[in-house]
Ligand binder design. Structure first.
Ligand SMILES: *Cc1c(COP(=O)(O)O)cnc(C)c1O
Length: 398
């Protein structure tokens, strides 16, 4: 008997229980007719920024625009160096390039996969204006250490919080450490729209004002253009969807954290086989946008073999991300050779993202783990937990 497959992400668990409210929220925007820069957008900007512990929020078309326009609104541009990790989604790098600044890539910590702040400090020059930490996979870069670094070298902190809605660490919420932060509401993010969306949140009134102008053709009032802006707004209808989902976000994040703890627990014996999760240094504050394991050199199986074994068992996985930014063909012009960021490069070869979404069941987590044990050639009877019958897989001969 082939057990049912385990999807990587399934958004229906978020949407089904609140489908009527979502329908009502969308219908009300359609009736109101304020599709662009409407009331529901203002309400959501206030609610989301406040939930993140920051006074101002400005909705934009996507997370990439939030980074590009947000940096621009902070006064970062041509001639300024911005520090960012080499192992991030390329949108972080694209955002920096689009504001006209010079990206300076930095290696990551080999355990947490977050930007290595010692390496960042070494990369500081007289031109360095900002540091752009990415709260990768849902856990925050240390606010204490970021603030120390920023005050020592007079740097602006701009957070890429696209994977860390409401994450917490050292008493800070994601997006509340520095001058401003970017969020994405891409459908599969911890808070996702029914399409693209993004937001810049900021403590600074002036940054918020500039952002409102930049996203609206640089206009400070109708047909009066003070900035070289663009058209990048979060649709009112998407804001209404996000506002409806926002009250559930904390609970969904809690689910993710609980699922991660089950994975952690069941994977612990596999450290002997060279399989280790990305380290969590923020406990319950980690919102696990992704649950990522490393298949290290000590593992008898290669990462790609494990991934294809899991696919054979109907378990969908992902790799976030298979090629670090500096090795992407598009960014060869930055001039970083292979080998320049050894931790980020090794990470890209070892990482594997396991199914993770609110609504993923314990039995499904067990089935994922059982499939990993089976792929390693460990019999079901030797697994450290009782498995439901449905989760038991035939032993693969290796
Ligand atoms: C998703 C994401 C972005 C980009 O957001 P979009 O809304 O897709 O433009 C930027 N940075 C990180 C780390 C992301 O995960």
């Amino acid at each position: 008997m082939i057990p049912p497959s385990v999807p990587f992400v399934d958004l229906s668990f978020q949407h089904q229980p609140i489908q009527d409210q979502l329908d009502q929220a969308m219908r009300s925007v359609i009736q109101q007719g304020d599709y662009v820069l409407g009331q529901a957008l203002k309400d959501f900007e206030a609610a989301f920024s406040q939930a993140s512990g920051v006074p101002h929020g400005v909705g934009v078309a996507c997370g990439t625009d939030a980074i590009a326009l947000g940096l621009q609104a902070c006064g970062i541009g041509a001639g300024d160096e911005v520090l960012l990790p080499a192992n991030t989604f390329v949108a972080t790098l694209i955002g920096v390039l689009r504001c006209g600044a010079t990206p300076i890539l930095v290696d990551c910590d080999p355990d947490t996969a977050l930007i290595d702040l010692d390496a960042a400090e070494k990369a500081i020059t007289p031109k360095t204006r900002a540091i752009l930490p990415v709260h990768l996979y849902g856990q925050m870069v240390s606010p204490r250490r970021l603030l120390d670094l920023a005050s020592t070298y007079d740097l602006l902190i701009f957070e890429d919080s696209a994977q860390a809605h409401l994450a917490e660490h050292e008493g800070y919420r994601a997006g509340s450490i520095g001058t401003a932060a970017a969020f994405s509401f891409y459908p599969s993010k911890n808070l996702g729209a029914f399409g693209d969306g993004g937001m810049v949140i900021t403590r600074e009134e002036i940054v918020a004002q500039t952002m409102r102008s930049l996203r609206n053709y640089g206009a400070t009032r109708k047909y009066f253009h003070t900035d070289y802006g663009t058209n990048s707004r979060l649709d009112t209808i998407q804001a209404a969807v996000l506002q409806t989902k926002l009250p559930h976000l904390h609970g969904w994040n809690g689910d993710r954290n609980r699922i991660a703890q089950r994975y952690d627990h069941l994977l612990r014996p596999l450290a002997d086989y060279g399989i280790v999760p990305i380290a969590n240094h923020s406990g319950a504050g980690h919102v696990y946008h992704l649950y990522v394991i490393r298949v290290t050199a000590a593992c008898p199986l290669e990462r790609d073999v494990l991934q294809s074994d899991l696919a054979d068992f109907g378990i969908q996985t992902g790799i976030h991300y298979p090629i670090p930014c500096h090795l992407q063909p598009a960014f060869q012009t930055l001039g970083y050779p292979a080998g320049r960021f050894p931790h980020a490069e090794r990470m890209s070869q070892e990482i594997l993202s396991l199914p993770m979404f609110p609504g993923l069941k314990d039995e499904e987590v067990d089935r994922v783990i059982q499939a990993i044990y089976t792929s390693l050639g460990i019999a079901p009877s030797q697994t450290p937990f009782p498995l439901p019958r449905s989760a038991q897989l035939p032993l693969k001969t290796v």
